[in-house]
Design a protein around this ligand. Structure first.
Ligand SMILES: Cc1ncc(C[n+]2csc(CCOP(=O)(O)OP(=O)(O)O)c2C)c(N)n1
Ligand SMILES: [Mg+2]
Length: 541
């Protein structure tokens, strides 16, 4: 890493890269352009590896997945105007799923008037556009301010609910050398926990509950062991949102997995007399419906005070990070003598609820379940799945593909974007080259970012891409049919996706049985480059 004295002038481009490196950034995803060359010039000297996707949307999803699996911020670099707008869907996705994503871009020169002047990639306000989807969009006005802006971003990532942010460096600053000031460093990770009476109240409610429940969202991920210990101490069933998938091993006898959308599970939850919800908004995108009324006491653990009364308001709010809060709650539980967890049989309740849940949708789900079971059988416990807004993912894998805390299943939950799975798989594989990574997608969603097959081929990433092909936008076709409408704009002419993968320098095959999928997966996991494995989805008529 180049050494400078504090007062030595550096260009804005170097100041950006210097600040990223100072915060431990080692990988960035992005696409170079005429306006960001001064950033690119400094990446290698500061030890930052760069991955070039084929579209900025892909850079955003790859950086998002990199952040989700490493718990370190993902960094994406774009150039001005259209390039920055191309990444906004990924910024929106990261916002809705609380992912720390830092987007750095150049912007129009400092003295640029808002009215058009005809500059390349000109737009009226990049920061206004990004403010609509990010936690903040900060246009710096001096080179020295760049270090502060990056430190501000990392301070948010490390001390608050993580959200995506955008930093814009005006073109004239990028190229101008000015004193950059001292390197400003964000504070280390801090994890606040509540104390005192509120913890004791929560412990008392949970101890004396006859039917307690634990609901886990993505915010509980750092507290996996604590969540399990707490559930066991209470003999309480555990249900998670999509972002909480696998925080407690989904094969654990107390786990209901991702089931909040099931009417049977919702009815049970409404009847529970105490619900401990950790790191979840309990929002419509988690429940697939408006939040159901809860009969019992709702204890919420959340780092974001604003969430306590959004959706289902907390009866007992515990504002704090999941891990220390659950540790403190366990200590309080041990001191609380009332109640007898031995009298509850959470595992029996879970067995009955799993059966009821599966019976609700058995006919629909039969088209995915045997394939997903066969796929899971050939994967390691720490395999990473990436997901898309396709039926095979949210009806199939979310409830029916169990994962544990060593593995991961990354789903584009809140924003519900399409085209996430393939670039996210590239981001995850970049972070963990030695772990198995599998992308799962529909035929429609894959084609939102299909060009990233070229990226995976260039990087020679052994990457199976399992595609359930139902000839179009199945979900939307079903919704139109359910309304009595004539399906319009939802049937897509068949594309030979395996051949397309070969054209991009990867591999492709079809799997017509679960056994064939298992064989193809095993081969793909050991073959450099992506392998598209198409399964023709059998729709029961
Ligand atoms: C970026 C984006 N555009 C449009 C939609 C609306 N949408 C939701 S599901 C869907 C169909 C997806 O098709 P496919 O990936 O093949 O999955 P399937 O529904 O067929 O299982 C569409 C168009 C969306 N979620 N995201
Ligand atoms: Mg489809």
């Amino acid at each position: 890493m180049p050494e400078q004295s504090k007062s030595e002038p550096v260009t804005g481009g170097e100041a950006v890269v210097r600040a990223l490196a100072a915060h431990g950034v080692t990988t960035a995803f992005g696409i170079p352009g005429t306006h960001n060359l001064e950033i690119y010039r400094h990446l290698a000297p500061y030890g930052i590896t760069h991955v070039t996707p084929r579209h900025e949307q892909g850079a955003g999803y790859a950086a998002d997945a990199y952040a989700r699996v490493t718990d370190r911020p993902g960094v994406a670099i774009t150039t001005t105007g259209p390039a920055l707008l191309n990444i906004t869907a990924a910024v929106g996705q990261a916002y809705s799923d609380s992912v720390p994503l830092l987007v750095v871009s150049p912007g129009m020169p400092l003295r640029h008037p808002r009215q058009p002047t005809g500059l390349l990639h000109e737009m009226r306000s990049q920061t206004e556009a990004l403010r609509a989807v990010a936690a903040f969009s900060h246009q710096v006005s001096t080179v020295e301010e760049i270090g502060s802006a990056v430190a501000r971003a990392f301070t948010l990532f490390r001390t608050r609910r993580p959200r995506p942010v955008h930093i814009e460096v005006p073109l004239d600053l990028l190229e101008t050398a000015q004193p950059a000031g001292p390197v400003r460093l964000a504070p280390p990770l801090s994890a606040p926990a509540p104390s005192g009476p509120s913890l004791r109240d929560a412990a008392r409610v949970l101890r004396s509950a006859r039917r307690p429940a634990v609901v886990l969202g993505g915010g509980a991920r750092s507290a996996s062991a604590g969540c399990r210990a707490l559930a066991e101490a209470l003999a309480a069933p555990v249900v998670t949102t999509a972002n909480g998938k696998g925080i407690v091993d989904e094969t654990h006898p107390l786990s209901l997995g991702v089931s909040l959308h099931s009417p049977s599970v919702q009815k049970w939850l409404a009847d529970c007399d105490a619900v401990l919800a950790v790191g979840t908004e309990l929002a419509e995108s988690d429940l697939w419906s408006a939040p159901p009324p809860l009969g019992g006491t709702l204890i919420r653990v959340d780092i974001d005070p604003a969430r306590m009364y959004g959706g289902l308001p907390a009866d007992l709010p515990l504002v704090g990070a999941a891990r220390p809060t659950l540790e403190a709650l366990r200590e309080a539980l041990e001191e609380e003598a009332t109640g007898d967890p031995g009298a509850r049989d959470g595992a029996a309740a879970v067995r009955a609820l799993r059966a009821a849940r599966d019976a609700e949708t058995a006919e629909r789900d039969a088209r995915w379940v045997p394939y997903l079971q066969a796929a899971r059988a050939v994967l390691d416990a720490d395999a990473i799945w990436t997901s898309d807004s396709a039926q095979c993912c949210y009806y199939g894998a979310l409830p029916h593909l169990p994962v544990g805390p060593r593995g991961r299943y990354l789903h584009p939950t809140g924003f519900g974007t399409l085209g996430y799975a393939l670039p996210a798989a590239i981001g995850a594989k970049t972070a963990y080259p030695h772990r198995q990574v599998v992308a799962l997608s529909g035929d429609g969603g894959l084609q939102f970012s299909v060009q990233e097959l070229a990226t995976a081929a260039q990087l020679q990433l052994p990457l199976p891409v399992v595609v359930f092909d139902n000839g179009g936008y199945g979900e939307i076709r079903d919704e139109m049919t359910a309304r009595g409408d004539t399906p319009t704009g939802v049937d897509l002419p068949s594309v030979d996706l395996p051949a397309l993968a070969r054209a991009y320098g990867g591999h492709g095959t079809r799997a017509d049985t679960p056994e064939a999928l298992a064989r193809a997966l095993s081969l793909a996991l050991n073959t450099p480059g992506p392998t598209v494995i198409t399964v023709t989805e059998e729709t029961p008529r």
